[in-house]
Structures are given as C-alpha cells and as structure tokens.
Design a protein around this ligand. Structure first.
Ligand SMILES: [Fe+2]
Length: 286
C-alpha cells in the first residue's frame, strides 16, 4: 500500500507537516502540524494551519487523525485548531505522561494540570494499529530524542519525527530532559531494519550546503549514507558522537514557549484575571 503524501514546509521553524491520504478513499491523517508564533509580539497565527485546512477542504478529505510524533520543542502544535476545523482524533504516543511530568515540574504547573496524557485525545501504544478509512497506521515507539517519540508506519511510508533526518543531516539531538542517545540509536536501528524501499519522511529539514529543502529519503539511502549512522560502528560510538555534538548545540529558539503549550496537546494556558494568557520562562534553569 502506497499512501499519497502531501507535505507542507513551515520555513520559520523548518518543520514539515505531512498529510497522508488513503489511496483508496478520501480519508487521511495529518502528522505534526504547526501553529505560527511570533516571539517578538507574543502573537500566534494560523497561516500554516489554514493552508492545510484549505487543502483538506478543497480535496474533500476526511481527516480521521491529527497525529504528533512527539512533544515538539521548536514549534507550537496546531492540533486543537485543526481538530476544531476539520475534526479527527488527536493522537500521540502513550509515554507522553513521562514528558508531561518532567516539564510540568520545570514550569511549576498547578494542580489543574494532569500529567496523565488526558489533554491528548488518544494515547497510542507500541505496536498498536489505528485506521484512517481502510488505511492502517501502525505505531512504533521510537524513543531517544524524547521518551515518548513514535514513528507512524503507513503502508510503505514511515513518518519518523525527529529520530532521523535526511541522510546528509544525521539524527536528532538527545540532550533535552528525558532524551537518551543509546535509546535513540536502538530506535533508529528498528526504523532502518524496515524494507530498503520504505520511504522515510522527516519532521524537519535545514537544507545544509545550500541544497533545496527535502524531507523524503528511504531506508536504503539512510543505511548507506546517513552521516551519523554510517560513521559509527557501535552503539557506544554513536553515544559518544551524539553527546559531543549535543554539547555544542544551543536551545531551539521556541523551546521555552513551545513545550509548555505542546505538553497540553497544543492548548494555551488559561487566561488570567485580566483576560490575557501568559507563557512562562524558567530563569537559569536550562
Ligand atoms: Fe523534536
């Protein structure tokens, strides 16, 4: 089964949202959506999400699922906004309470926050298969970048989130709370044991070396030429390489504002007494 994949690149955050359609019906899923956020003004905008909504309506699509590969640290999720517009269940891996627990403590959320995944619609287990129309969507837990990362395998296409990037861009960082390089290595090995021709769709691309932006490769290409995989011969080598590299990386620009929204499945904090909602910045914590 070869699903039809339409990808939307969000240039401000280098994020790719994939709309994946059943080849035999009008049903589809949307993976890793983006709500625009301008940090200077504190304003959100629905430009990127509206483009996807317009496409779904124009093509008469039935959106069954709005899926997240993980709690993102570099953009805001548009899942609640999309759900309001086009319907569908919001889904994420069922380890998400681990991420919610860590970060709700960082942000010192109150008793009205429950780190039990209940803000998300449906929590997906490792090996579980959901459906969009007749199109099966298999869920594989692929932790490492975060403890709750999943890969969605839909026919011949794997949506790997941030575990892997294009072959010239390597693999995801593992230095966020709960990240683990050895775990990421094992998750990547699971993905790269899929059949050679399996299409790999990533969640980000940064177009190194002035090439065009790209987000699709395949298992064979990743095995042969991923710069972080081909260069290492063992898990220990990978952990060393990944740890060295992570120590040189700055925090993502939108990490502090976005994570506190994304652990609430993309919902903003409640407005305070003056009607304005606020995001928190932990000082000298990271
Ligand atoms: Fe990420």
């Amino acid at each position: 089964m070869q699903p039809e994949v339409t990808s939307f690149f969000h240039a401000p955050t280098y994020t790719v949202t994939h709309l994946v359609k059943d080849p035999d019906s009008s049903h589809c899923v949307i993976i890793d959506s983006v709500l625009d956020f301008d940090q200077k003004s504190g304003r959100t905008d629905t430009k990127a999400a509206d483009e996807i909504i317009a496409y779904a309506r124009d093509q008469d699509l039935v959106v069954d699922w709005i899926l997240e590969t993980h709690v993102h640290a570099d953009h805001f999720s548009a899942a609640p906004y999309l759900q309001e517009a086009v319907g569908g269940n919001i889904g994420i891996g069922n380890q998400v309470p681990v991420v919610q627990d860590v970060f709700s403590k960082v942000y010192n959320f109150g008793d009205d926050f429950f780190a039990d995944g209940s803000d998300f619609g449906i929590l997906l287990g490792d090996g579980q298969t959901i459906e969009a129309g007749g199109m099966p969507v298999s869920v594989f837990h692929t932790p490492g970048h975060t403890p709750a990362c999943v890969t969605y395998l839909i026919g011949d296409a794997a949506f790997v989130g941030d575990t892997l990037f294009m072959p010239d861009s390597g693999t995801a960082r593992t230095d966020f709370p709960g990240g683990d390089a050895a775990t990421l290595y094992r998750s990547i090995k699971i993905i790269l044991s899929l059949p050679d021709e399996t299409r790999i769709f990533t969640c980000h691309d940064y177009a190194p070396g002035d090439r065009d932006y790209a987000w699709e490769s395949n298992v064979q290409e990743e095995n042969q030429s991923n710069v972080h995989i081909k260069a290492v011969v063992s898990e220990d080598d990978f952990v060393q390489m990944r740890t060295d590299r992570d120590s040189t990386l700055e925090m993502p620009v939108l990490m502090l504002p976005s994570v506190q929204v994304n652990i609430r499945a993309g919902h903003m904090p409640k407005p305070e007494g003056n009607g304005i909602a606020y995001l928190k910045v932990p000082i000298n914590h990271f």
